[in-house]
Design a protein around this ligand. Structure first.
Ligand code: NAD
Length: 290
């Protein structure tokens, strides 16, 4: 049977490390690291994500500063809030929960966050640093994927990684991280031809397509590592929904290691957000003191 990589367990270990780092930061600087969480509107899924992030902050000794704003908020008012948070020395990280209401364009909003406080790693400066191998804040889900891969692969150098999906939040940054570690990376997407054959040549597959059970057992070569980022809600007869990933894991006993859904990449995303907040807090207070 394929080894199961428990994101839940690895995220819990990272959470303990974050809590220790937060306590040390508090002892040294006289305050807890602080994350501003901005939620505009009342999207129910966003509400759940934000609640989870805030609960994890509390558990780890990170102060969360909540900014819950009505869906009618103007883009100018949101930008003004971000400018205020950028200049507030007591704020170390800023998270703007996506999606934003339709009348607010996400690109200028994410681009307005100070790169040093951009704990989601979506600012063009951080994207640029990631592409050039510089020290920036790295998007949380790709960072979590790399940590999971590192638990089962000793040396990534020369391995063939196939990334399925090319989004700015998962596919592209994970491809950059794999490339930085000297994997040979193939990035695939909806228009890729012959995807099963490409996947069969992979030592590592990272599936981030949002396509339920897209990756079948015969796409995976024996011993390959399969990281399933997908979270897909499947409606069931009787009204109960089921969450499945992008990979048919029960068809992959021959894989070397696989991540489950749920309990794989998902828990790593929030743990990496908190780790990024600590990283931003240390750098931000160091540069303020300099
Ligand atoms: P997206 O819709 O922005 O991008 C999907 C990408 O997959 C696109 O590049 C598209 O070309 C490609 N794609 C779609 N269908 C495909 C197919 N049949 N074959 C090949 N490529 C295909 O999605 P995203 O925001 O990158 O998210 C991807 C999935 O990961 C979603 O299920 C999302 O819910 C999940 N996700 C999970 C976490 C987590 O914390 N676990 C975080 C972010 C996203």
């Amino acid at each position: 049977m394929a080894r199961i990589i428990s994101g839940t367990q690895i995220a819990a270990e990272l959470g303990m490390q974050v809590a220790q780092d937060a306590a040390r930061f508090h002892a040294e600087r006289g305050r807890a690291p602080a994350l501003a969480v901005v939620l505009v509107g009342d999207n129910p899924a966003s509400e759940i994500y934000v609640r989870r992030k805030i609960a994890q902050c509390r558990k780890s000794g990170i102060t969360s500063l909540e900014h819950r704003l009505p869906a009618s908020l103007s883009q100018a008012d949101l930008l003004a809030l971000i400018t205020r948070l950028n200049g507030d020395p007591a704020v170390d990280g800023i998270l703007v929960q996506l999606p934003l209401p339709a009348h607010i364009a996400p690109v200028p909003v994410l681009g307005a966050i100070a790169p040093g406080k951009d704990v989601d790693g979506f600012h063009p400066v951080n994207v640029g640093r990631l592409s050039t191998g510089g020290e920036g804040l790295v998007p949380c889900t790709p960072l979590g994927c790399m940590m999971l891969i590192d638990t089962v692969v000793d040396d990534l150098r020369g391995k063939h990684a196939v990334v399925i999906g090319k989004s700015n939040i998962v596919g592209k940054p994970v491809a950059m991280l794999l490339l930085e570690r000297e994997c040979t990376v193939t990035v695939t997407h909806i228009a890729t031809q012959g995807l099963p054959d490409i996947a069969r040549r992979a030592d590592i597959i990272v599936a981030a397509a949002g396509a339920p059970l897209l990756v079948r057992g015969d796409w995976v070569k024996p011993g390959a590592v399969v990281i399933d980022v997908g979270i897909n809600r499947i409606e069931q007869p009787g009204g109960k929904a089921r969450i499945v990933g992008d990979c048919a894991m029960d068809e992959m006993p021959h894989a070397g290691a696989v991540t489950p859904v749920p309990g794989g990449v998902g828990p790593m995303t929030i743990a990496c957000l908190l780790a990024n907040t600590i990283k931003a807090a240390i750098r931000h207070t160091r540069s303020a003191a300099a």
